[in-house]
Design a protein around this ligand. Structure first.
Ligand code: IMP
Length: 199
């Protein structure tokens, strides 16, 4: 995994072209009252995607120098990757969560946003995702993140966190689950520890 460091939005915006490229990604989530096997609370639906390179990441991408703002670039990428179900989606500066800079394989600042949707809005995006321009090309499919841990202590979130993630996506996910309180702190910490132990 590429090394990345966390930095503030102000610091991040000082890293400009031609040395640095900027990318923006978003975590979309919705309260989800269902229970797995009628027992295990799902709590929230959290959206990630399987990318063309076999790694997990969030929808988004590089901001074009022609984009008027980071958020304009992000919304353009979200519509391309998520398709017609995301037409009314508008991620704004108030949804900003974090920035990470990495130097390899190229100098990139990755900005991260999160937006809460209704479950209906979330499902509309999922239902129509196969009509997206990038479906089957840059995006192989959408996935929901399992937020629970099964009785064996590995299944669920720990096993999910053992996958391979692109760039800072894994750090972004863990940070967002914590900050947005989508997973109780102690349970999240255990899942992270278990994922590190898993061969
Ligand atoms: P691309 O999607 O492969 O074009 O990636 C554009 C840049 O964003 C690369 O530097 C990736 O490492 C980075 N990137 C892609 N997806 C994510 C993500 O979900 N979180 C953080 N960085 C990402």
């Amino acid at each position: 995994m590429a090394e990345s460091r966390s930095l503030s939005r102000v610091e991040a915006l000082r890293l400009g072209p031609p040395d640095w490229k900027h990318a923006c990604h978003a975590l979309l989530y919705a309260p989800c009252p269902g229970r797995l096997f009628g027992k295990i609370p799902l709590r929230f639906a959290v959206l990630m995607q399987m990318r063309f390179d076999g790694r997990l990441g969030f929808p988004g991408g590089f901001v074009d120098p022609r984009d008027a703002s980071l958020e304009e670039g992000l919304n353009r990428e979200l519509h391309e990757e998520l398709g017609p179900g995301a037409t009314s989606l508008l991620v704004a500066e108030r949804d900003y969560l974090s920035s990470h800079a990495s130097e390899r394989p190229q100098r990139v600042v990755a900005h991260f946003y999160a937006q809460r949707l209704s479950l209906e809005e979330f499902q509309t995006i999922e239902d129509r995702a196969t009509q997206a321009k990038d479906h089957g090309l840059e995006v192989m499919g959408l996935v929901r993140v399992p937020l629970y841990t099964l009785r064996d202590g590995v299944g669920g979130l720990p096993a999910f966190l053992s996958n391979t993630f692109i760039g800072s996506a894994r750090e972004q996910l863990v940070h967002a689950l914590d900050t947005l309180q989508l997973v109780p702190g102690e349970q999240l910490q255990k899942a992270v520890t278990m994922a590190q132990k898993k061969p």
